[in-house]
Design a protein around this ligand. Structure first.
Ligand code: BGC
Length: 797
């Protein structure tokens, strides 16, 4: 049985190994290493991988007769590799042992979430009854983000002799973690230099081709009993071989301490020299472990979300992986939110709109990390401006998939594994990513009270996105409305009208409504700037009164289509054919990837009223009902509870949930409107990765948006929490399955405000500090205050 602070796997199941590797990944926000078995290099079962945040490389591949470029997060040398075999005193050397060895008798993987420690225990037995117990412990250091350690312990039962151990630093790795990308070039590392420094430190340096990052890994191997190694350097790696005596009461240990440096580090230095130095100087294992635990303890305090029961157990795992991908160390880096964590190679480590689901949790707990993640976008404003200009537009057009440079990284072709066909990929038409950035800028600034950011880099981001929308909107005289044509919505199934020769659909309701919101916020923001800052910005961005009155006009008259009393996902959605859902479910069982099923049948999902994921319903995730109705009101549309409920019911019946984000959003929307079936979706969102509900995708990397989104579902979704200038606004809804929980947040100059939710009651504790009282706005606009050093309980109904 797992306790609530651990995540365990018992018994060896090769078919589950990749999932386990992803869910047992260890990281510190700067780099991460998959939870793979140290004994194994990449093969059909095992896929070791180490990824450095922000380290991408671009290669050209030939697929389906076309040259395509792909920039991807680079798999770094495997520092964990450790090979060993028994050398019994009374017989020949045994085979090299791995979890796949016939003699494996016991296999247990234990992830200690509190301490960030991964333990793997294996027991081998040969045909003469000789047993070897092996225990590996691994950490990726949360205190010193350059370091990681792996300690392996060997114990013999029923025999004596020695264990021969090879401590390997393997630079002959490629990116090959995703089967669908097998036709893409994955050889990123070149110019390897290998060798040995003093104190048994092995080093490998290499570089990526484009943009040319220099990487260095140094590993110090120390054994007990102390032995010197036989050392071999190959062209891509190093091997250090030890012979360690074993026998009754004589165990042996091998500790590999890794230091990872790169030319992305600041201050800059020679990565190899720095890595070798850092590995040589790193403290011994016990001291490293103790400092690592302390760092995790601080993170758990600052990030606290306590939910009892199994849901809480999964949420803790989600939080663990979020903090390993985006930690306070991330605030020092120029990186965005990788959709699949630093846990695998799916989506090539790219940054999508998923930060919309990730930043709200971080804003309440680690606001400095959010600011840094938004600065990643700000540094790429010039690239987004160029993209807008090249597309004949204005302002900033952010890419759907972003990586190092900020240019569009969405693949031009994608493989349908069902049909084996490479298909044109138009998902870059998801321009709504710009609104997600603007929404994040605004929400972060409101919650963190960071006016400096909002009026500085934040304003530039928001205004340039607004400007893009104003420029992209075309006036339709017949409707007397502005339209955004040729786009794709969050539902990635519809990339064109049936039989159309050009890609894109028109007037995606989510895109248009959020664009109107951005324009309105842009105007509001300009109005609140100081005269000097407004003058500076309008001059720098060449914004004149004429352009701003155009924004005002567009923000009030963007077109949002409706049909049969509901919001249309896009113009014409209601005229598409109805899918016979039951027929497809009967025939295929799992129809999450309906798009692939239909394409393989020679049909296309573009013909049907069938959505991959929440699209129109995203509006209910992003906006409170009152906010949403006001936004529609500003656009001249009457939206109320009745229309919204009908809209929710309409799309619920027409969505296949082909993205982990889908159940999350549906769970949120239904929970907020206290609708039936909310828990079913929330539960599915909780299970998304741990049960790998999208069928094998988690092994290729966690779904960070869904993981972080579930934390936010509890903190803001159930609580109805809004942190803003007026204080903490709460409007809890009851979710029977999560009736009580608590979390700690930073707000209004207070660190460590603790909210506790019980059925019908809310507790607020404000830690003692010189800051002023905290204002809480309870349902019914009841304003109360809590003084620092006090805790108050409030009735909610
Ligand atoms: C989803 C997108 C998401 C992307 C990366 C896709 O499957 O449809 O909404 O941004 O995955 O997580």
């Amino acid at each position: 049985m797992t306790d609530r602070w651990s995540w365990d796997y018992d018994g060896y199941d090769p078919g589950r190994e990749r999932l386990l590797e992803a869910l047992c990944t260890l990281g510190n926000g700067r780099f991460a290493t998959r939870g793979s078995a140290p004994e194994c290099a990449a093969d059909a079962v095992h896929y070791p991988g180490t990824y450095l945040a922000g380290c991408y490389d671009r290669l050209t591949s030939l697929v389906a007769g076309e040259r395509v470029e792909n920039e991807e997060l680079v798999n770094l040398p495997n520092w964990t590799l450790l090979r060993y075999r028994c050398l019994p005193a009374d017989g020949p050397a045994g085979d090299w042992l791995t979890p796949d060895s016939e003699g494996l008798r016991h296999y247990r993987v234990h992830l200690d979430l509190r301490a960030g420690v991964l333990t793997r225990r294996m027991l081998f037995r040969d045909d003469r009854g000789r047993r070897l117990l092996v225990r590996h412990i691994r950490i990726v250091h949360m205190g010193d983000a350059r370091l990681a350690v792996q300690r392996s312990m060997f114990r013999a039962y029923g025999w004596s002799g020695a264990v021969e151990v090879e401590s390997v630093l393997d630079g002959a790795v490629v990116n090959a973690g995703v089967e669908r990308y097998r036709d893409l070039e994955g050889r990123h590392l070149t110019d390897h230099r290998t060798g040995f420094g003093p104190e048994g430190v092995a080093g490998v340096s290499c570089r990526t081709a484009d943009p040319g990052v220099h990487l260095a890994m140094a590993v110090r191997t120390v054994t007990r009993p102390v032995r010197t190694a036989r050392q071999t350097a190959t062209s891509t790696g190093t091997v250090q071989t030890y012979r360690l005596p074993l026998g009754p009461r004589r165990s042996a240990t091998v500790v590999k301490t890794l230091a990872l440096h790169s030319s992305l580090d600041r201050p800059a230095g020679d990565p190899l020299t720095e890595a070798v130095d850092a590995a040589a100087r790193a403290p011994a294992f016990p001291a490293l472990l103790s400092a690592h635990r302390s760092s995790w303890q601080r993170l758990w305090e600052q990030g606290e979300l306590h939910v009892p029961g199994e849901a809480g157990h999964i949420l803790r795992l989600h939080l663990f992986h979020l903090l390993q991908t985006l930690s306070p160390h991330t605030a020092e880096l120029d990186v965005g939110v990788p959709a699949r964590g630093l846990h695998g190679e799916a989506y090539r480590g790219h940054v999508f709109w998923d930060e919309l689901f990730v930043l709200p949790y971080l804003t309440l707990h680690f606001p400095e990390v959010v600011r840094a993640l938004l600065m990643y976008r700000h540094r790429r404003l010039p690239a987004a401006r160029t993209a807008a200009r090249e597309a004949g537009g204005q302002g900033a057009m952010f890419p759907w998939q972003s990586a190092s440079s900020g240019r569009e990284e969405t693949q031009e072709l994608h493989l349908n594994p069902r049909s084996g066909r490479w298909l044109a990929d138009h998902s870059h038409l998801q321009r709504h990513v710009g609104s997600a950035i603007a929404l994040n800028v605004w929400r972060y600034a409101q919650a963190a009270g960071d006016q400096g950011f909002l009026h500085g880099a934040g304003a530039e981001l928001l205004l340039e996105v607004a400007r893009y929308w104003a420029g992209a909107a075309t006036y339709d005289a017949e409707r007397d409305r502005y339209r955004l044509r040729g786009v794709m919505g969050p539902d990635e199934y519809h990339d064109a009208y049936p039989d159309a020769t050009t890609p894109g659909i028109d007037d995606n309701a989510y895109t248009n409504a959020t664009a109107a919101w951005v324009l309105a916020r842009g105007l509001e923001l300009l109005a609140e700037l100081s005269d000097a800052r407004r003058a500076e910005l309008t001059e720098r961005l060449s914004l004149d009164a004429g352009e701003l009155s155009h924004w005002e006009d567009v923000s009030r008259r963007l077109y949002v289509p409706f049909h049969r009393g509901v919001i249309s996902q896009f113009e014409g959605f209601g005229e598409l054919a109805e899918l016979e859902w039951d027929r497809y479910r009967d025939r295929y069982g799992d129809i999450r990837r309906l798009d692939r099923i239909l394409e393989a049948e020679g049909d296309t999902v573009n013909r049907y009223q069938a959505s991959k994921q929440a699209d129109t319903l995203m509006l209910g995730h992003v906006f409170r009902p009152a906010e949403l109705y006001a936004l529609f009101g500003r656009l001249g549309y009457a939206l109320d509870d009745e229309v919204w409920r009908a809209t929710v019911a309409y799309y619920l019946r027409r969505t296949s949930h082909g993205s982990t984000l889908s159940s999350l959003v549906h769970g949120w929307v239904l929970a907020r409107q206290q609708g039936t079936g909310a828990w079913e979706f929330c539960r599915e969102a909780l299970l998304a990765d741990v049960a790998d509900v999208q069928g094998g995708t988690t092994g290729e990397g966690i779904h960070l948006g869904a993981m972080a989104g579930t934390l936010d579902l509890v903190e803001r979704g159930i609580t109805g929490l809004e942190a803003g200038p007026e204080g903490l606004r709460v409007a809890p809804v009851a979710l029977r399955e999560i009736p009580r929980f608590a979390f700690t947040l930073s707000f209004g100059g207070h660190q460590g405000v603790r909210l506790r939710i019980l059925p019908g009651r809310l507790g607020v504790r404000v830690p003692a500090s010189p800051a002023g009282p905290l204002t809480v706005v309870l349902p019914g606009e009841r304003r109360v205050t809590v003084d620092p050093g006090e805790e108050h309980w409030f009735r909610l109904r």
